[in-house]
Design a protein around this ligand. Structure first.
Ligand code: HEM
Length: 294
């Protein structure tokens, strides 16, 4: 185990970071749109964004690296962070392109990121893998899913928010769910050119029409573990909970000195957190990262 300040310092060192930017997912771009829930969501959840009226969202697409100048052709996970701005407050869902999270201890995540970032010292990753053989299965599954293969567009990627959350239903019953954002009818992108292709391509694409994702929800069975981000589930139900429409690029809301943090523990009435140690660590880690932008 580690603490958030130490984790932040180690992650910044791994990417030789010194500027006022995010410690991870340093390079990104903002967009706006709406999320509209499908009827099954309101049957299973009372949270405001699940009721079916379009809810405004702020979205940030990113490269996973802690280097804000990381070229888009570099192998890396990509992120899509969505903040649902409901009448009862904001709730955030942060997804990235890796379907399986490989570790359940935040310290191990830091160690793994250090090993992956040390490109010029490939033995560091080999040594990490030798010490932690349980990560091999998830990393192989992520490679198979193309998690770090550079996409031609942020709009063609599938994003996995990883953690389980509880939904409270109108009758007071409680279900653990996990999410996947699946792209809908993403038109093929042109051949990438240049270091900032993904941001430029998104702007061109959105000027011609929205990019859309379905939110796929899996409901845990009794035997599924919601508190372990590495657990694999045998869900009792999987359904489309709604559709995200990303309509336009948005000006950088941090340009005036404001700080925007997408926080996976930011919830509203009707949603509850698990005891997942990775999820619970992230709030403090993201605050430590935000302190560099203060
Ligand atoms: C212990 C585990 C983790 C640590 C220490 C960590 C650390 C960080 C940090 C420091 C940031 C920058 C936050 C900011 O400055 O606002 C960040 C951003 C991000 N992380 Fe994580 N992370 C972890 C796990 C995950 C997981 C499991 C996911 C998968 C869904 C994820 C997805 C993202 C995304 C999408 C962003 C970009 C947020 C934005 O656009 O502002 N992270 N992470």
């Amino acid at each position: 185990m580690t603490d958030a300040t130490t984790a932040d310092a180690r992650l910044r060192r791994a990417f030789h970071a010194s500027g006022p930017h995010r410690t991870l997912h340093a390079k990104g771009t903002y967009a706006s749109g709406t999320f509209t829930a499908a009827p099954r969501s309101a049957e299973l959840g009372i949270a405001a964004h699940l009721q079916g009226s379009p809810v405004p969202v702020l979205v940030r697409f990113s490269n996973g690296s802690g280097n804000p100048k990381s070229p888009d052709k570099a192998p890396d996970v990509r992120g899509m962070s969505v903040s649902f701005r409901t009448e009862t407050g904001a709730t955030d869902l942060l997804g990235q392109t890796a379907p399986r999270f490989p570790v359940k201890d935040p310290g191990k995540f830091v160690e793994m990121t250090e090993a992956v970032a040390a490109h010029s010292k490939p033995w560091k990753l080999a040594a990490f893998l030798a010490r932690n053989p349980s990560v091999l299965g998830p990393l192989a599954a992520n490679a198979k899913a193309g998690a770090i293969k550079p996409p031609k567009s942020f709009a063609e990627a599938t994003y996995y928010p990883v953690h389980a959350y509880a939904w409270i239903a109108p009758d007071g019953s409680r279900r653990w769910v996990r999410y996947i954002w699946r792209p809908v009818d993403a038109a093929a992108a042109a051949t990438p050119t240049g270091a900032n292709w993904l941001v430029e391509e998104l702007a061109t694409r959105l000027s011609a029409g929205p990019a859309r994702w379905d939110l796929e929800v899996s409901v845990a069975s009794e035997s599924d573990d919601p508190h372990d981000p590495t657990s694999q589930w045998k869900p009792v139900e999987t359904f489309i909970a709604g559709t995200l429409s990303v309509d336009a690029t948005a000006p950088d809301p941090e340009a005036d000195g404001s700080i925007i943090v997408f926080d996976p523990t930011r919830i509203i009435p009707g949603i509850e957190l698990s005891n997942d140690p990775i999820l619970l660590f992230r709030a403090a880690a993201y605050s430590a990262s935000a302190s560099h932008r203060a």
